[in-house]
Design a protein around this ligand. Structure first.
Ligand SMILES: N[C@@H](CCOP(=O)(O)O)C(=O)O
Length: 502
């Protein structure tokens, strides 16, 4: 829709203006720093940062109901910069001018209601938000769109040139970083560090295909992350992991979209997210808090973070009920089908602690919970979901297993409606499905297949057929006719089909 056709009261707001004053704020000592250059940790105390708009309160001058209309009308615009996460420009990056925004199709992923069978199995109404339907097939694109739009802005402003963007990854971040960086060639190049053989072949193919420099190193993600942090401290590179607070801002869009998808009614809603490096749950809490403070939503939804037993440092931290006695201890991870979350020392842990406290305070009750699930449950729930019309990845399976666990523990009420995060596309992790179907999981995964979920292709080649087609060698005439007839009879037999009688 053209701007002149919007209602009069919306027109002044429909195209966002470059406004606000964004600063990095240290979660440790509270010092603030300007955003003219990239910072990842506080130069004074070394703690992680978050980015705040010092003029955020100006957003409260607009009533929440008007914000709702602004966002809903904005969805009708055909301006690329506002088609993705920057639909919520004022809440994500108000200082970024629309001409710096990089939009590759990310955001506004579908929210799909589970069918009746799945809802009965999982004990109530729930939806998947399919973040695997982002351009690089994971939620990381939300954060990358924000981080790369900011770097693009610095390039356009002449503050930086020839950026080398770098990240450590379990597969999704690297795919996304390489994709967005390649769009901004030649100003930005990318290099990604992956734990050798701990990334699926599909994920490995993504940064390779985008032309990034790909380095595989021994160990697990946590080892790669340390190397990347060292590189960022000592060389002129742009770190693209969620330690970079611009990533968090972009990932807040997940919360904004859920609010909009449910017409801003967040009463009795539960958001379930898997936790790896903990940037995602940080962003989800932060996003809902901002919408709540400005009256865009009427309540703060319950948030449940899920971890596998094989990579559970956040869950273990919150097992101590006395907040004073809690002490974060990194864990040594074990092989996990939720491989993207196989992280023992999440960089955003201080942000989670800070925001979970704030979230509970603003909710006037405990409203952030953490559960852990088995590897077996992750696989079983992922496959059951996908047998019922979904495209959940193993992390989507982890979220669903978390929903069931949370219901069992009474964290979720009967009237609650859950929205669960399927962070990536199922196809990225099809190797785990194959291992399940072929019963080939090494013992340390602790997964054995349930016969009712196993599937395998059947080769149909009737014994009595003398000739069959082959690539480049088609059959013709009677041979072809016989091939089609016998093969279809064989399939009809196997499927127990009854012939149509006329
Ligand atoms: N799961 C991640 C690990 C890195 O997370 P990030 O959000 O800090 O970049 C991945 O896909 O690499």
């Amino acid at each position: 829709m053209k701007t002149e056709n919007f209602p009069k009261e919306i027109r002044p707001y429909i195209i966002p203006k470059q406004k606000g004053q964004m600063v990095y704020r240290c979660l440790g000592c509270g010092l603030e720093y300007g955003i003219e250059k990239l910072l990842y940790t506080c130069p004074a105390c070394g703690q992680v940062l978050l980015i705040y708009d010092s003029h955020f309160d100006r957003l409260k001058d607009i009533p929440g109901t008007l914000w709702q209309q602004i966002f809903d009308y904005r969805k009708m615009l055909k301006i690329p910069a506002l088609k993705g996460i920057y639909l919520y420009h004022e809440f994500i990056g108000p200082v970024i001018p629309p001409e710096a925004v990089v939009w590759l199709g990310e955001g506004h992923t579908p929210v799909v209601e589970a069918n009746a069978f799945m809802q009965e199995k999982a004990g109530g109404k729930f939806y998947f938000k399919n973040d695997g339907q982002n351009p690089s097939a994971s939620f990381k694109d939300r954060g990358m769109a924000s981080a790369l739009s900011y770097i693009h802005f610095l390039v356009q402003s002449g503050l930086v040139s020839d950026v080398l963007a770098i990240c450590a990854s379990t597969g999704d971040t690297s795919a996304s970083a390489a994709l967005y960086a390649s769009y901004l060639k030649p100003h930005i190049k990318s290099a990604v560090l992956l734990p050798h053989k701990k990334v699926t072949p599909q994920q490995l193919s993504q940064p390779l295909g985008s032309g990034a420099s790909v380095f595989e190193i021994p160990g697990v993600f946590d080892d790669c992350m340390k190397v990347v942090e060292r590189l960022a401290e000592n060389y002129n590179v742009a770190l693209l992991n969620s330690k970079n607070a611009w990533r968090i801002l972009g990932q807040e869009s997940y919360s904004y979209e859920i609010a909009q998808d449910f017409e801003y009614d967040m009463e009795n809603k539960v958001i379930i997210v898997p936790i790896g490096n903990a940037g995602n749950i940080t962003a989800v809490m932060s996003g809902f808090l901002k919408f709540y403070e400005t009256g865009v939503i009427n309540a703060l939804p319950k948030i449940i973070g899920v971890q596998s037993e094989h990579a559970n440092p956040v869950y273990l931290y919150y097992q101590e009920t006395d907040a004073e006695k809690r002490k974060f201890v990194p864990v040594t991870v074990k092989p996990s089908v939720a491989q993207a979350a196989m992280i023992g020392n999440p960089v955003s842990m201080p942000r989670v602690i800070h925001l979970a406290d704030l979230y509970n305070q603003k909710s006037d009750r405990q409203n952030v919970f953490f559960v852990e699930v088995t590897e077996q449950a992750i696989m079983d729930w992922e496959l059951l979901a996908n047998h019922n019309g979904h495209i959940a990845c193993t992390h989507g399976g982890e979220s669903l297993a978390g929903l069931v666990e949370a219901r069992k523990q009474g964290i979720i009420d009967e009237k609650d409606v859950a929205i669960i995060d399927s962070t990536a596309h199922a196809l990225k992790f099809s190797g785990f499905q194959e291992m399940y179907f072929e019963n080939k999981f090494p013992a340390e995964f602790e997964v054995s297949p349930k016969p009712e979920l196993v599937n395998a292709p059947t080769l149909v080649r009737p014994d009595d057929l003398e000739k069959v087609p082959a690539p480049g060698k088609p059959l013709e005439g009677e041979d072809f006719e016989q091939f089609v007839r016998r093969t279809s009879e064989d399939i009809a037999n196997r499927l127990d089909l009854k012939a149509i009688s006329d």
